[in-house]
Design a protein around this ligand. Structure first.
Ligand code: KG4
Ligand code: ZN
Length: 346
């Protein structure tokens, strides 16, 4: 079954063709990060206008790269939410129109389900359940127990900022640009992770929720204090060493918080066979390594096979759409009018 995936929940316009939920036949991602770098974050109206220019060319390119035409496509999987509504509308309406004109099945996909299924892309061995999933993105941060395909239990989530959002905000404090995750990761390689000791959130004992707003405030306070102490008058004069040390100390603190919660959840569910890291922050090498070092030998640890499957992409949406369809094919029809929504099916 060949599925055309479409993703436009935030600032990447993406289209892919994926066969049987695993084999990526083509993947096109039109990033808007250069534009949003100018404002230090995503301005929803700007993102929506960019999607309007990029979406049809992305779909056209995805079909051409896969050497297919629309008649070869069995269904369209589309991100229904959560995300920026003005961005989502471009994707859902594009999918609605194609379905209407070409009589294609439409499969709405929850964005977080998409990130979960990013770990199925290009994987040839069997994925065994139950799997414990840590999703860390710009807009969401969850611990999920997956007992089977589309059988999810939410174990914990962020009570304030998502992990990726914290990376982005700290990068903005340090003047490193957008998106912050890769910039922090790069700066951290030149910094000392023990230069500053940042606090961990104190939630009730045993809680599998996350909280990063205190960490973000501690970074801001530390940076302001250092800038004052060293009499730094403007952003351009902030020493590289200070930025790198704060970035590395922050990265260590947030990754320790994420991996500690993951290990706590794993201890609570000893029958878990696999642990999956997903979402934009799964691209972070330091986090992967920290988790890998703590993983028991009998548990398989996976993260997306390619960096482009970590951040938002349409291949993961096509994969999630495939497995959702397989679970209950009669649920899906052509010519249904999908509208953006955040509260369905999780
Ligand atoms: O999954 P994603 O593309 O979008 C959402 O669903 O939100 O995640 C984007 C987030 C951003 O916050 C970005 O800074 C972060 O993922 N990110 C990273 C890295 N690459 C992207 N964070 C840490 N290290 C990275 N290498
Ligand atoms: Zn995402």
């Amino acid at each position: 079954m060949k599925i055309l995936g479409i993703e436009s929940s935030c600032d990447d316009s993406s289209a892919s063709v994926v066969e049987n939920g695993r084999k990526v036949l083509s993947s096109v991602i039109k990033s808007q990060s250069t534009i949003h770098n100018l404002t230090g974050g995503v301005v929803p109206e700007v993102a929506a206008r960019e999607h309007l220019s990029n979406m049809i060319p992305a779909i056209d390119e995805a079909l051409k790269l896969a050497n297919l035409s629309m008649k070869d496509i069995d269904a369209i999987a589309i991100t229904q939410g959560p995300g920026l509504v003005s961005s989502l509308i471009v994707g859902t309406e594009t999918a609605n129109v194609i379905s209407f004109v070409e009589d294609k099945l439409l499969i709405p996909v929850h964005h977080i389900h998409g990130h979960i299924y990013a770990n199925f892309l290009e994987v040839e061995d069997e994925i065994r359940f139950p799997a414990l999933i840590l999703t860390v993105s710009g807009g969401h941060n969850e611990l999920i127990l997956m007992r089977d395909h589309f059988d999810f239990t939410l174990l914990g989530q962020s009570r304030d900022d998502a992990g990726g959002e914290a990376f982005d905000k700290v990068a903005r404090i340090l003047g490193l640009g957008y998106p912050g995750g890769p910039k922090i990761s790069e700066a951290s390689q030149k910094g000392n992770p023990d230069a500053f000791k940042f606090p961990k959130a104190r939630l009730e004992k045993g809680s599998l929720d996350f909280s990063f707003s205190g960490l973000k405030t501690a970074v801001l306070n530390q940076f302001t204090e250092e800038v004052k102490r060293e009499n730094i008058s403007d952003e351009a004069s902030v020493p590289e060493k200070l930025k790198n040390d704060i970035a590395a100390s922050f990265q260590k603190a947030i990754n320790e918080a994420l991996s500690e919660k993951l290990m706590l959840a794993l201890a609570n569910y000893p029958d878990v066979k696999e642990v999956h890291l997903a979402g934009g922050v799964s691209a972070n090498e330091n986090l992967r390594e920290m988790i890998r070092l703590q993983m028991p030998q009998n548990v398989v640890f996976r993260f997306p096979k390619s960096l482009e499957y970590c951040t938002d992409n349409a291949s993961m949406i096509a994969a999630a759409g495939y497995f959702r369809f397989q679970k209950n094919p009669s649920e899906f029809k052509a010519k249904t009018n999908i509208v953006p929504s955040s509260d369905f099916g999780f």
